[in-house]
Design a protein around this ligand. Structure first.
Ligand code: SAM
Length: 280
């Protein structure tokens, strides 16, 4: 092994066990220890590839203490790999505390790239990929969830969320309520697995699809929300300011201030504000 005393961040499959790189298998075989979110779950993957490296748990509830132990082991020359239950560690998964501590301690951290549900979904969705924002899981509480969604009212980039089968219907209902029934969505379900499905349509159509057959609500989901169409070439800073001013000022006044500040057409900003208001 070339880099003695390193932490390897190793991506594992998100469904199809074949989606793992040669390099990942080599690293998992050669390291001294594998830190895994759920050791029993990861044991199945290791057994499949006949890897008998020792596993140790690292999850949300023990990460801060575990990170101290692991950094010390790496400083003593051990090589450690971090994996999560699926996909790329740290992406809506544990590991940030460990990587952060390693970086602060000057410990070498090497990424071993592979599957990630967000990118896997995005590349086949048919939505714009030039600009996107990854938001992980939406807050569970209604007010916090709707506040997060409201930030997408004037967003022109594609937004990506993870969602569980328990909440997918409620989430789509909230999306329709906050962003309007016509907002374009793509739902990627059971990626890389036998029943992989991409379903695209308006928020209203996706809601209908989920309701018409309860089976449609089962599985793992990546929800992508298409960016809203630009009224004209209004820069992001101007839409951000308009949003801010609209909290305290009438739309007409807010649009006038932003138009003056950014040398834009007042009417374009007014129309944009009306669009947001009608989606509320
Ligand atoms: N670290 C992982 C990654 O790189 O994508 C994500 C972990 S996060 C705890 C798990 C969520 O990712 C699931 O609830 C689901 O939203 C999404 N996900 C994971 N695997 C998926 C799959 N095969 N199909 C669709 N979504 C998936």
């Amino acid at each position: 092994m070339q880099n003695a005393g390193s932490l390897y961040i190793v991506a594992t499959p998100i469904g199809n066990l074949a989606d793992i790189t040669h390099r990942a298998i080599t690293i998992l075989n050669e390291v001294d220890l594998i830190a895994a979110e759920d050791t029993r779950h990861s044991q199945r993957l290791l057994q499949h590839y006949q890897i008998d490296t020792r596993l140790i748990s690292l999850h949300d509830h023990n990460e801060s203490q575990r990170a101290v132990q692991l950094v010390s082991k790496i400083q003593q020359g051990q090589n450690i790999a971090l994996i999560s239950d699926a996909g790329t560690p740290l992406i809506s998964d544990p590991g940030y505390g460990l990587v952060n501590q390693c970086r602060q301690a000057g410990v070498n951290v090497l990424p071993i790239p592979g599957a990630c549900a967000a990118i896997t979904a995005l590349c086949a969705a048919g939505l714009a990929t030039d600009r996107f924002r990854f938001e992980g899981f939406l807050p569970v509480k209604e007010v916090a969830c709707k506040n997060t969604l409201q930030q997408l009212l004037g967003e022109t980039a594609t937004a990506i969320f993870y969602e569980s089968p328990r909440r997918i219907l409620t989430t789509i209902e909230r999306v329709a309520e906050v962003l309007g029934e016509e907002r374009k969505l793509v739902m990627a379900k059971e990626l890389t697995k036998t029943f992989e499905t991409f379903k695209s349509g308006s928020a209203a159509e996706i809601k209908q699809w989920l309701i018409e057959d309860p089976v449609h609500q089962k599985g793992e989901f990546v929800l992508m929300i298409g960016g809203c169409e630009k009224v004209s070439d209004i820069p992001q800073e101007a839409t951000d300011l308009l949003k801010l001013l609209m909290v305290d000022l009438p739309l007409k006044k807010a649009a006038a201030i932003v138009a003056n500040h950014y040398d834009l057409k007042k009417n374009d900003l007014y129309k944009l504000g009306l669009e947001w208001a009608s989606a509320e």
